[in-house]
Design a protein around this ligand. Sequence first.
Ligand code: NDP
Ligand code: TDO
Length: 300
Amino acid sequence: MKILLLGAAGQLGRCVQDALRDGPDQLVPLTRHDLDLTDLDQLRAAFDQHRPDMVINAAAYNAVDLAETEAEPAHRVNAQGPGRLAELCLHTDTDLIHFSTDYVFDGQPLTGPAPYKEQAAPHPLSVYGASKLAGEQVVLASACRVTMIRTSWLFSEYGTNFVKTMLRLANAAEPIQVVTDQRGCPTYAGDLAQVVKRLVAWDPSVAGPRPTGLFHYAGNSVLSWYDFAQAIVASAIAHGLLRQRPTLVPIKAAEFQSPALRPAYSALDSSLLTQQLGVPASDWQRALLLVLARLKADGR
Ligand SMILES: NC(=O)C1=CN([C@@H]2O[C@H](COP(=O)(O)OP(=O)(O)OC[C@H]3O[C@@H](n4cnc5c(N)ncnc54)[C@H](OP(=O)(O)O)[C@@H]3O)[C@@H](O)[C@H]2O)C=CC1
Ligand SMILES: Cc1cn([C@H]2C[C@H](O)[C@@H](COP(=O)(O)OP(=O)(O)O[C@H]3O[C@@H](C)C(=O)[C@@H](O)[C@H]3O)O2)c(=O)[nH]c1=O
């Protein structure tokens, strides 16, 4: 099978490359430099040149705060581009794997704080969340064959993420204020890449059609950003990655000056996809140790 990977230089893109590296499929990794998702001519040319059987779209506009003042670019990358990609997939009979976010939810679940299932009503609080929701809607409306996976709080050894931000701040030796009243599920991007690998390897002659539609995949427990920061610091100290133990100061989200509103609760229920694929929800604690060990080995 020939697979185009868009957003190949991002953290998920790099984890997907790692996961598929030794597999039987031909993976064509395309960075933003190789292919701008917002450029229809470039998209068409890539389909003409490569004639893929599947496209994995890991490209996105992910700057949550900046998006508040850059709504147009955010929508172009997160909604308009995926919409055109889905149309091309439909007309060329190409499978699509696409990703969305817990920030499509407002954190006020109608049934109390239980992890969100796929059918829960979205209501984004931020421009980023709205652009990703618009992307979901346009892709699903295209009727292309898509597996759409909402995930949350991604971290990995690659790119920029909360784990790496906490390590950087911890080494600056200042107290770190961290929000206690937003809870969600940290997810290792490498575990999500294993889900992608499972979907790529899906054999319809054995298992029936590949799962399509909307799914959630995230970490196996619910915690606050403050809890997550505590876990990061404790594990980093155990790995000898921090020169000293930083002071973590618990604060309310309202005290953390940031342009975008984030959901107070955005835990995702992964059971539908994990049951269909026979994979566990992301074991973020195990993965955190792995990521820290890799960062240490790389001297970061
Ligand atoms: N990070 C997270 O915590 C979460 C992410 N997600 C979703 O998961 C997916 C992967 O995210 P993640 O890997 O963390 O994101 P990254 O920001 O690490 O990677 C996104 C990649 O997309 C590229 N990109 C941006 N604009 C374009 C464009 N116009 N054309 C082509 N490529 C472009 C970026 O390139 P460049 O580096 O040049 O800007 C970057 O390499 C996204 O759909 C995201 O919305 C969902 C929940 C949580
Ligand atoms: C850096 C920092 C952040 N925070 C808070 C701000 C915010 O409420 C929360 C997370 O902030 P960040 O900016 O690191 O993460 P943020 O960009 O909000 O992360 C989100 O990214 C997008 C792409 C997603 O789809 C989401 O699932 C989620 O992972 O932590 C602190 O409390 N203290 C800090 O020192």
